[in-house]
Design a protein. Structure first.
Length: 96
């Protein structure tokens, strides 16, 4: 097979959502551009929006900091991010 320049784009339905791949190659067959869009990235805006709604409700209900952190962690896990994302996604800081 002789390498040639080109671009390939694909989408796959995976357990966490749609996974997109986009690759471009030069005339020597060297990858010059690659982009993978993972489901966790696509869900980020929804996670943030849900947090924006949940936090004021928890503050109004006088939830403890431990309860709020637990509920926010549960919210992230409800979107089923990959293992590495779920453990590093949320860093809660309380400011008075």
């Amino acid at each position: 097979i002789q390498p040639k320049a080109g671009r390939g784009v694909g989408a796959v339905d995976v357990p966490r959502g749609i996974l997109f791949h986009d690759y471009e190659y030069d005339d020597a067959g060297i990858c010059i551009s690659a982009n993978c869009i993972i489901p966790t990235n696509q869900n980020h805006a929804n996670i943030q929006g849900d947090m924006d709604k949940l936090v004021p409700e928890m503050l109004q209900a006088n939830k403890s900091q431990a309860e709020m952190e637990l509920y926010l962690e549960m919210l992230v896990r409800a979107y089923d991010p990959c293992i590495s994302c779920s453990t590093h996604y949320l860093n809660v800081t309380f400011v008075k």
